[in-house]
Write a protein that binds this ligand. Structure first.
Ligand code: ASP
Length: 354
């Protein structure tokens, strides 16, 4: 008798409880009720494997660009339950065709979308994975907003069986619309894992779990019950960054010199001739260089080039140098630093703060 009454009470409660609290029970703390306003998310589509189509559904190489951002969105029915999504087609290119000019236009556009009259709650950038970590880091240093910006992509073309792109896009939209992602800077979201743009790198040429953050670790997960963060980036980024590219069309030239046993000064000579203003020296161990490289240092100082020492060892710090960034990201930071100063101690401060 008692359990019958309990059953009837439970049924009544289910019918009478406001929709929002049922959602909250089912979907956890991040849920929004039907009456609550859904986040407004803009998807900026740029191309890459996520926008690619292959000849058959089992072909995962030898594909080419074949989907627009709108077509990608149509692959994730149900997304309208979690956000109001608008798509803007920024480009439709493989990520090897990105450029500094495109980065500047993209960053300024994202700032406008988040802080201008449109006032979006978050932006998702779909992008090829090959250079996604570079674009993400550039945006991390230059977008002037603390609202979420999420970069995503795919390792399999979106025409393939078990394509990873549609779920990556779905989870990225959810992350970009989640209030807990505010202030986290630019994030990279693939394979349910949230990485900071500063640490993330592509670790594997083919596997879907390719994006990793090395010794410093990823930030959290996007799971079926919502977004979960475990840590927050402490280095300066986005709204707290001192770099202003709003009126720029390009950046000072910075190149990278990789070192190895027997390396000499010839690559440096070429970069000096090409007009480099800065060089990242991808050194050995804790930022040293092989003895065969000595003559290059004279060339660099005669040319007045700003140099920053890094290391080809993937994890760990280079004291007084690059400090945990890989060379292709250190290059981006030095290009931006050189828009402000060529004073070496100031540049060292910047490498310590970002
Ligand atoms: N070639 C592709 C690109 O970076 C690779 C990818 O998106 O996974 O555009």
């Amino acid at each position: 008798m008692v359990s019958n009454r309990m059953f009837i009470l439970a049924c009544l409660l289910t019918v009478l409880l406001p929709r929002q609290s049922i959602d909250a029970q089912v979907r956890g703390g991040a849920a929004r009720g039907e009456d609550a306003e859904k986040p407004r998310v803009l998807v900026l589509a740029t191309g890459g494997t996520i926008a690619s189509r292959a000849g058959s559904s089992t072909q995962v190489s030898g594909y080419s660009i074949g989907f627009t951002g709108d077509q990608l969105l149509a692959m994730i029915p149900g997304v309208e339950d979690i956000a109001d999504v608008t798509v803007e087609q920024f480009s439709n290119i493989p990520s090897g065709s990105m450029s500094v000019e495109r980065w500047i236009a993209m960053s300024n556009r994202i700032t406008e979308l988040l802080e201008g009259p449109d006032d979006y709650d978050g932006v998702v950038v779909t992008h090829g994975t090959d250079t996604l970590d570079e674009t993400a880091f550039f945006l991390h240093l230059t977008v002037k907003s603390d609202k979420p910006v999420v970069c995503t992509g795919a390792m399999r073309p979106s025409s393939s069986v078990s394509a990873d792109g549609p779920m990556n896009l779905f989870n990225s939209i959810r992350l970009a619309g989640d209030p807990s992602a505010r202030g986290m800077g630019v994030m990279v979201m693939l394979n349910d894992e949230i990485n900071s743009a500063r640490e993330v790198y592509k670790s594997d040429t083919h596997r879907v779990e390719t994006f990793q953050s090395g010794a410093l670790g990823f930030l959290g997960w996007v799971d079926s019950d919502g977004v979960v963060f475990y840590r927050k980036p402490l280095r300066r980024h986005t709204a707290d960054s001192e770099f202003d590219i709003s009126d720029r069309e390009d950046l000072p030239r910075v190149d990278i010199v990789y070192t190895y046993i027997g390396v000499d000064e010839y690559a440096v000579k070429g970069f000096v001739e090409a007009g480099a203003k800065g060089l990242i020296i991808e050194g050995i161990g804790a930022g040293g260089a092989p003895s065969s490289f000595r003559s290059a240092y004279r060339l660099m100082s005669e040319a007045g080039i700003v140099t920053v020492r890094g290391s080809r060892t993937p994890d760990g710090r280079v004291t007084g140098g690059v400090d945990t960034l890989p060379a292709h990201k250190a290059r981006i930071l030095l290009m931006l630093a050189l828009t402000i100063t060529d004073d070496r101690s100031e540049i060292q401060r910047i490498f310590g703060e970002y």
